[in-house]
Design a protein around this ligand. Structure first.
Ligand code: SAH
Length: 231
């Protein structure tokens, strides 16, 4: 809106290239620019992070995608889960893709976070079964302790194998390789079902407790992304 001829700006194409450019001509609905030079600038994490989560309602889906873009997540997968309420539409995916571009402009990310097609949880768990780090956000023991004075949580919600070793079968006890792919899933507002937890555990996904408070889907997804970034 403020640009005039001669104004310098940076363009990006979403694949890692940036272009220094100068405004040549401003037309009613278009701007013509001269590209001065091209640079490849890497602002990506050294590993891939895939986050799957059911789409939260209203503006919260945009917030989620914006923050995951800023944090450097590679792929966001809208998840379809047993207790999920809405199945994301193609229009929702396009809306999220636009939000990725806006967030990228703001934070200077020049490689776009990919928005995958809506995927059913069992496929997501299988598709990423080879990721070296596989996490499922699920409230665990810390929450159970604090609910003692309130309601009794559903014990059948505990994933199999919890309580003893924190490491799922197939997951290395060692710190992951620096470039190891990382994947994580968040459940819907109603949480994962015992069957979903069982399916995840049998593919070596590990439950991660994010503290004794119930987080919204978008908060859990952002917290997971941060944890995976520093893992
Ligand atoms: N009603 C559900 C909570 C749903 S919150 C229950 O009582 O279990 C939506 C999703 O966010 C959860 O499925 C989980 O993936 C994630 N989440 C929320 N709070 C969390 C916490 N404290 N630790 C781990 N995951 C959490």
């Amino acid at each position: 809106m403020r640009a005039r001829s001669g104004y310098k700006c940076t363009l990006f194409d979403g694949t890692g290239s940036e272009y220094r450019a100068e405004v040549a001509e401003i037309l009613p609905k278009r701007v013509r620019l001269w590209i001065l030079d091209r640079q490849v600038v890497d602002r990506e994490l050294p590993f891939r992070i895939t986050i799957g989560a059911p789409l939260p309602k209203g503006d919260r889906e945009r917030f989620l995608v914006e923050k995951l873009t800023e944090l450097g997540v590679t792929v966001f997968v809208p998840l379809v889960t047993a207790r999920g309420v809405v199945r994301p539409t193609a229009a929702a995916v396009r809306r999220l893709e636009r939000a990725v571009i806006e967030a990228s402009k703001q934070c200077g990310r020049n490689r776009l976070m990919q928005i995958a097609a809506p995927t059913a949880l069992p496929s997501f768990l299988r598709d990423h079964a080879t990721a070296e780090v596989r996490w499922l956000a699920h409230p665990g023991d810390s929450r159970r302790e604090t609910t003692a004075a309130g309601h009794t949580p559903d014990a059948s919600n505990s994933p199999p194998g919890r309580g003893g070793s924190d490491v799922a079968p197939g997951e290395s006890l060692l710190v992951p390789r620096p470039d190891a792919a990382r994947a994580a899933a968040v459940g819907p507002e109603g949480g994962f079902t015992p069957e979903e937890l069982q399916a995840a555990a049998s593919l070596g996904w590990r439950c991660v407790d994010l503290g004794p408070r119930v987080l919204r889907v978008e908060t859990a997804a952002i917290a997971l992304a941060v944890k995976l970034t520093s893992h």
